[in-house]
Design a protein around this ligand. Structure first.
Ligand code: ADP
Ligand code: MG
Length: 316
């Protein structure tokens, strides 16, 4: 990685925030570690535009909402719950990254932005909801809810019935200009958390909807919009592999978009985990002139700055 004032969109995966303790202090602790690693990128001269997942956090929040649901204290809908987790995770990250920077003698402003991500109401995802959210219900309760609300419930791996919502592709970001202006003036931004609050444009308004935008796709859209030089997807593995977990697994280093598309066809990447990262990387590399996407682990960040390998996707 060359580092002179390069813009880099960093997408933090689940293990960057929730390592093992779901308490607020446990998540802050995990983010303290994450922030120390992110500071290495700032020290190396990169302009950071941060985004993050929220799967476990929004899942737990929905369970809390459900448990306390009553007429005077009604459960909040999914779009509002996503906004709430953007706020809490942004707060933790501002706190830990601010401290990590000061410890390193750096003093840069940080801002979290509640971010709405626009999806199209004729996205094919609306015909086939796939993303399980909220509590596990009995079949009877799920059937009743489905009738009352029109929501879809599916059996989830023998553990009960869960609501599924669509996972449409992001088409634009409502707050894009603000994010870009802040990034261009040296503010470290935290935005589009949890894939963003999914909205549909209706005339002059944006309407929040029950859907989940994949955080890797939202990160790629963000990177495209701010014309980042790099998209850095930080996850639990140092590389993407072909023949993953098989005796002949092989780590991928520098791979062209063309080659990656073939690996996708050959089913090398698990849907719901590595596949969206690869697809998001391809989308960014194709749509951004010279833009390169990196997939690696948080632990590998410092080594990467010093020339160690990661999975790098480029458009030849
Ligand atoms: P995140 O929270 O960062 O989005 P995910 O668990 O969704 O993380 O996705 C990353 C995981 O995908 C890896 O930790 C690994 O277990 C899994 N995975 C699936 N297929 C592959 C592959 N071909 N190469 C590497 N990892 C893979
Ligand atoms: Mg994931």
């Amino acid at each position: 990685m060359k580092n002179i004032e390069k813009k880099i969109v960093v997408a933090l995966g689940g293990n960057a925030i929730l390592a093992d303790e779901p308490t607020a202090s446990g998540q802050i602790k995990a983010l303290r570690n994450t922030s120390e690693k992110l500071v290495k990128l700032i020290e190396a001269g990169y302009e950071l535009i941060i985004t993050h997942g929220n799967g476990p956090q929004v899942g737990n929040l929905l369970l809390q909402q459900e448990a306390a649901d009553s007429e005077i204290n009604p459960a909040m809908p999914l779009d509002t719950a996503v906004a709430m987790t953007q706020g809490s995770i942004g707060y933790w990250l501002q706190k830990t990254l601010g401290q990590a920077m000061r410890n390193a003698g750096l003093n840069r402003p940080i801002a979290t932005l509640l971010t709405q991500v626009v999806v199209s109401d004729d996205d094919v995802a609306f015909q086939n909801p796939t993303k399980p959210i909220g509590p596990f219900l009995s079949k009877e309760k799920a059937d009743k809810r489905a009738k009352e609300t029109g929501d879809t419930y599916v059996e989830d791996a023998g553990r009960g019935y869960r609501k599924v919502v669509p996972s449409p592709k992001p088409i634009s970001i409502v707050e894009a200009d603000i994010i870009k202006a802040l990034a261009d003036s040296g503010v470290i931004t935290i935005s589009a958390g949890g894939g963003g609050i999914p909205v549909i444009q209706k005339g002059n308004t944006y309407e929040g909807i029950e859907a989940v935008v994949d955080k890797d796709f939202a990160a790629a859209k963000l990177a495209e919009i701010v014309q980042a030089d790099y998209l850095l997807i930080l996850t639990g593995v140092d590389h993407a592999y072909i023949n993953y977990n098989k005796p002949n697994q092989k780590k991928l280093e520098k791979v062209s978009v063309e080659e990656m598309k073939q690996y996708i066809k050959d089913n090398h990447f698990a849907p719901g985990s590595m596949l969206p990262k690869i697809e998001a990387s391809i989308s960014f590399a194709e749509r951004t002139k010279g833009g390169k996407a990196y997939i690696t682990s948080l632990d590998n960040v410092e080594a990467l700055i010093h020339g160690k390998s990661a999975t790098i996707i480029f458009d030849a």
